[in-house]
Design a protein around this ligand. Structure first.
Ligand code: AGP
Length: 609
């Protein structure tokens, strides 16, 4: 999705802006631009379709410098990727960058065209800069004009605005799209993600919905939607994680797959004892709320939704608590019937996914017991707006394809499910068994990442294929869904996942020698049923690739390749079997030569609807 960086300092900020854009590249984008106010008081605009490196090349040919500037990476929504549609957009001596979607842009455009404004792009964003310009022309200063303009906007926005007439002012505003202010020493910054500014500061103000901030060389003034000046807390980010560092790995995705043993351990740390999930694992408020929970509604998107589907099996099996799981973009547009005592759970890596956030906001009107978010980004919108939060400790995830975020979500969900199950009568011996398995998880994760070279060999059978099928049963069905999503996301091979028992109800018609069928086959109570389903595939000439431990009793033969995985406790199987499927998609993408970390058309943080 689009990314914003801005800076006001006593030094040239062009390199700070470019470094910020580089750090936002992981979010997915198709063009980039920068606008700096130079020492002659002229706005210098440079923008380019393509990568930040293309913008840098343009700047090398036509340098620009200044101590006030804004920059942007664009992920096209209105208007194709092009130089003209890239941000910043300008109107006279005002320049603006925008994340989000202005829903009433057509009406505003007509109104502005009637006033004589000419449009240089097809974007929704350009109306905002002309609107601000018209308000400044009417006598307002920049801050007052941005405030008045936002009152006319429907939709979502994070804005960064500068004007040649006010060389010591940077204005920013947010509603529906994230924005932070980074605080330096006699210099301040804005960004859509703190990661963009970690090279210059570790202190941040997280703007709230409707906030408008005026950043001057003298300080920062934040006003809320009603125009009242408000004080927002300054948060210090811990850790020295350098997102720009791939270390010895070729891609972020590869690095993130191999980090899983450590981040899983970090997610468990301080949350489990020898035989039980610790009372403080979910926080003091949770201990008050969880005993009231009668049902659970889980809401998420994409990979995070798959984590929710896995949790449903655990919740109903271990806690006996009914659970529904729904994608956020659907639940937010239907009238959900809410039973008393229903806990609303969101799952999100970024904590900023527009649909999930909108579903949470709507849930607050619908009588849910309380809200819990399982999230990877402290201070994100979902964390700030939920009553309870359980953080995954995955660290920043840069690859667009979610890997370590997913497995740490499963770990956090397992802690939540065990805690709720204990309240609902889970025998202590069973809890001890589940917790004992969790203690073994980091080591087992290490062993599963050790399947890399075996999976690499297997990937060769997929690189030339057009379609694939993923099968699982029970709690492994969501893992098959996740495996298929990973493959399609980064290799662009069409992949479908089915519960294996559904094959004969339709998808079996697709099976032939050109359709590899990937099977997740842990040694569980459904194994016998699964084996019968696989016979149906073999009988139609389908080629099977089965991930199974030796105990499952598979042997490779013509048309059946067994990728042997370590034996593991049943409760951990969904977490562990995810790893070889991630590796499979990674190696297939390598063979196909696709952009592993920034697959086409996708964005990391989906902050628009
Ligand atoms: C995962 O590989 C995807 N890139 C995507 O499905 C993602 O999980 C989804 O957009 C939800 O994002 P979130 O976890 O940040 O809310």
């Amino acid at each position: 999705m689009c990314g914003i960086v801005g800076a006001l300092a006593q030094r040239n900020v062009s390199e700070i802006l470019l470094e910020g854009l580089r750090r936002l590249e992981y979010r997915g984008y198709d063009s980039a631009g920068v606008c700096l106010l130079d020492s002659d008081g002229q706005l210098q605009l440079r923008k380019s379709r393509g990568k930040v490196a293309d913008l840098e090349a343009r700047l090398a040919g036509s340098p620009a410098a200044g101590r006030l500037g804004i920059a942007h990476t664009r992920w096209a929504t209105h208007g194709a990727p092009s130089d003209d549609n890239s941000h910043p957009h300008m109107s006279g001596d005002i320049a603006l960058v925008h994340n989000g979607i202005i829903e009433n842009y057509r009406a505003l455009r007509t109104q502005l065209e009637e006033q004589g404004y000419q449009f240089a792009s097809d974007t929704d964003t350009e109306v905002v800069v002309h609107l601000i310009h018209s308000l400044v022309a009417g006598g307002r200063n920049l801050q007052a004009a941005v405030t008045a303009a936002t009152q006319q906007l429907d939709g979502a926005y994070a804005l960064g605005v500068i004007s040649a007439a006010e060389p010591d002012t940077l204005i920013c505003a947010r509603s529906g799209s994230p924005l932070v202010i980074g605080i330096g020493i006699e210099e301040n910054f804005i960004a859509s993600d703190p990661l963009a500014l970690r090279q210059v500061t570790d202190r941040f103000i997280y703007l709230e919905e409707g906030d408008i901030a005026e950043i001057t060389t003298g300080g920062i003034a934040v006003r809320d939607r009603s125009g009242e000046e408000v004080s927002r807390p300054v948060k210090k980010l811990n850790g020295s994680y350098d997102a720009a560092d791939k270390g010895r790995y070729r891609h972020y995705m590869q690095k993130e797959i191999f980090e899983q043993p450590q981040v899983v351990e970090a997610t468990l740390a301080g949350r489990i004892g020898d035989k039980s999930v610790l009372a403080q694992a979910l926080g003091a408020r949770a201990n008050e709320i969880l005993p009231e929970v009668q049902q659970v509604q889980i809401v998420a998107c994409g990979t995070s939704y798959h984590a929710g589907l896995v949790a449903r099996y655990w919740l109903e099996d271990w806690a006996g608590v009914p659970c529904s799981v729904e994608v956020a973009s659907e639940i937010r547009y239907r009238k959900a019937a809410v039973r008393p005592g229903t806990l609303f759970v969101t799952i999100s890596q970024s904590g900023e996914t527009a649909d999930t956030l909108a579903a949470l906001r709507q849930a607050k009107e619908l009588g849910y017991l309380a809200s819990l978010t399982i999230c990877n980004v402290p201070n994100s919108s979902l964390v700030r707006e939920s009553e309870l939060s359980l953080m995954t400790e995955a660290g920043p995830e840069i690859g667009v394809a979610s890997t370590k975020a997913f497995t740490t979500q499963l770990v956090a969900l397992q802690l939540f499910c065990i805690a709720l199950a204990r309240i609902n009568g889970l025998p202590a011996a069973r809890e001890a068994e589940l917790v004992d398995a969790l203690h073994k998880l980091p080591d087992l994760m290490e062993q599963f990442t050790g399947l890399d070279s075996r999976v690499q060999v297997t990937s060769e059978a997929f690189a030339e294929k057009i379609h694939t099928l993923f099968l699982g049963r029970g709690v492994e069905y969501p893992i098959a869904l996740e495996g298929a999503l990973k493959l399609k996301e980064i290799s662009y091979i069409h992949a479908e996942a089915y519960p294996a028992g559904e094959l004969k109800h339709g998808p079996l018609a697709l099976v032939d020698g050109d359709m590899p069928v990937v099977v997740v086959a842990p040694n569980d109570e459904l194994l016998g049923k699964l084996k019968s389903n696989l016979q149906e595939v073999r009988a139609r000439g389908g080629e099977l690739f089965v991930f199974a431990s030796p105990e499952a009793g598979f042997e490779s033969e013509s048309g059946l390749t067994v990728i042997e995985v370590p034996d593991a406790p049943e409760s951990l199987a969904p977490i562990l079997y995810t790893v070889p499927l991630q590796l499979l998609s990674y190696h297939v993408a390598l063979l196909k030569g696709t952009d592993v970390d920034q697959p086409r058309n996708l964005a990391k943080s989906v902050t628009v609807e």
